[in-house]
Design a protein around this ligand. Sequence first.
Ligand code: SF4
Ligand code: SF4
Length: 364
Amino acid sequence: MAFESVDKRDLYRCVSCGNCRSVCPAFEQTGRESKNTRGRILVIRDIYEGNLTDDSVFDSINTCTTCGYCTVACPAGVHPPDLVEGARGGLVAAGKMTPTQMKIRDTVTKYANTLGDSGSRCGWLEGTGLAVPENPKAVYFVGCLDAYRYPETAVNTYTILSKMGVGLLEDENCCASPLLRLGFVNEANDLMKHNIEQIKKSGADTIIAGCAGCYNTLKNNYDLDGIKVVTVSEYLVSHLEDLKKAGLGKLDLKITYHDPCHSGRHNNVFDEPRELIYEIVGKDNLIEMKTIREKSRCCGGGGGVRSGFNDLSLAMAKRRLEDVPSGVDYIVTTCPLCLRNLRDAGGDIPVIDLVELIRMSIEK
Ligand code: SF4
Ligand code: SF4
């Protein structure tokens, strides 16, 4: 989103009430006005009005995870993540960006993935014996992290989905979320164009995204002519009988669930992951975290913060772990970036993707 495309009324609709300060996870760690929503909006106004042009703006603008909690807290109807992304886009268009932003741009544009991996994006499929159906009605969009970093999640997911006739794109690229979130609109458009061609070529009418960031981007930034975008949990809830026929059974475990910001707060996918967990462990054994659903605390991994401000990102993840109730066996989530950040925060309780819980349930 370029700065020019932002609804400027949002910039001036903010009445500096500060309601958002108390929920901003970056502010919670830094205590700095320039690193909370209200302060960021003042900085963005100054950039827009041409009063602030030096590099001091980067620490303010780039420490936002785009978690969206401030949107929920705002009585004036402001949507700060759009303003932050717009400001980043405006700065990039003016040739202003940090070395971290440049590195991410160069990696994603060169390798079409965020990991800088030159290997096959479908390496996870090799040796699994999983058949990829022709002319599928739905396709699984794997995402960079599960394709390269967490192949076990890709295998677990596709082991279930391939039995339901779900296919894969012939040549999936990064969904472009990191580029969009960091302001690289033109480079993002090239990747999105490629993926749109691939999606249309597949003939599918549904895209199933395995990552909250991919899901949010495919759903809200792509022009897909009515092709539906769903999370894995939404798709599985709508195919629950198939899942039960595949052997979904009960497990004697206590689970807590971390809502990823970009599927949860940004897109209201709150119930479906919980419905699947209820099926496996029973309603009483999903012990909720201290903050959940639209008020869920961010893991700190999004919006480029993990790459640009790793210490801050991990501090946010550690804070999120303090919300975990005692006595649970697993922290379950549905986003590989949340999983990665929460694991790296180093708690005692294993963090797993929901499909891993489903695999355990089926294989029991
Ligand atoms: S989106 Fe999240 S990190 Fe960014 S300003 Fe709002 S609450 Fe803070
Ligand atoms: S809650 Fe809304 S109006 Fe109040 S300071 Fe934050 S963004 Fe501005």
